[in-house]
Design a protein around this ligand. Sequence first.
Ligand SMILES: [Zn+2]
Ligand SMILES: [Zn+2]
Length: 167
Amino acid sequence: MKIKISNLSPGIHELSYDGEVKEIGLGEPFKGFYLLNIKIDKASHQVVLYADIELTAHFCCDRCAAEFDSNIKTGFEMVYIFESPPDYYDDTTVQYIPLETDKIDISKEIYDYTYLSIPMRILCKEDCKGLCLKCGTDLNENSCSCENEEVDPRWLPLMKLKKDSDN
Ligand SMILES: [Zn+2]
Ligand SMILES: [Zn+2]
């Protein structure tokens, strides 16, 4: 995703883009369409870019193995300075670009920030009750007469198989 900046006058510019996630280099778990809103604040010595991305991800619940779609919103801010880069810098939100730069490429930032926005723990809902370890019953839908124990996540793939073959 490249944003043309050479033709922008100094000041604030708002741009929006949409399309299929694969067009911006994203694969699973993302699917369908994205919406990208960009605000650019251009000055003589720098460009500040704010990006907001909205997209859909397809997840599998860590507790009950249910598959579901989730709406993901994320964003980032980047500063592009019209200067040659200093010998050493480690700020990943700053880039140094030549004054005559025509387009800035934000593909890497889009990729990094969208994948970073995937939760560490994926749950179909906050209070998902998971599957019964013994009988495989989805405790969100039914109860069972087994004694309740914490589900060992290593059993989930097996339980899902059992659940699918029961249906
Ligand atoms: Zn769940
Ligand atoms: Zn049970």
